[in-house]
Write a protein that binds this ligand. Sequence first.
Ligand SMILES: [Zn+2]
Length: 216
Amino acid sequence: MIGPVDQLIVVGRKAVARGLVIGSGGNLSARLPGADACWVTATGTWLDELTAASFSYVRISDGAVLEGNPAPSTEVALHLHSYLARPDVNAIVHLHPQTSVLLDAMGHPVSLVTMDQAYYLREVRSVPFIHHGTVALAEAAADAIRDGCNCVILGYHGCSVVADTVELAHKRAANLEEAALATHRALALGGPVPACPPQYLDTVRRAEAAAAATRR
Ligand SMILES: [Zn+2]
């Protein structure tokens, strides 16, 4: 099994290839479950050129950069606040997906059209424009996911997508932009914008609750 850093390297390459972020925008992080430290992309790194040396190892509780590590991304606060808000989260993918951000800026909610989009995302929230790299933005994004939501559009900026694994965070981020593209196409065709029938998620939630009950 490959470790979180190697998984993030793959996600960075794929995210740029899919056009979910351009150049040195966006940043990625992961931690071992329950750990008070995370690997986060270092400042100035390009997501399609990541190596093991592109990551900073940062303590989550106080933001201290552990000795010998490069300076983390200027958006490190976004990651730290989200880990503090959600002990179950072990990976955070912050990208700049164009269609998601454009729809949000136009006041159109991103609709979850397909079963995949509904399954992986469940809900998309957004926070208004707040300058990137600030604690205010980190706090707003953390508040938006505190009750279990996993996907937030950051106004005029990008998205913050969280999960318990790097792979799932990546799937969610890719599905967000797919949903935004479908929403955009529906609007361009004159609408109305469809959404996956709610009985699908009702069925999924019942199955998940039954599975959780048998684990207890
Ligand atoms: Zn950003």
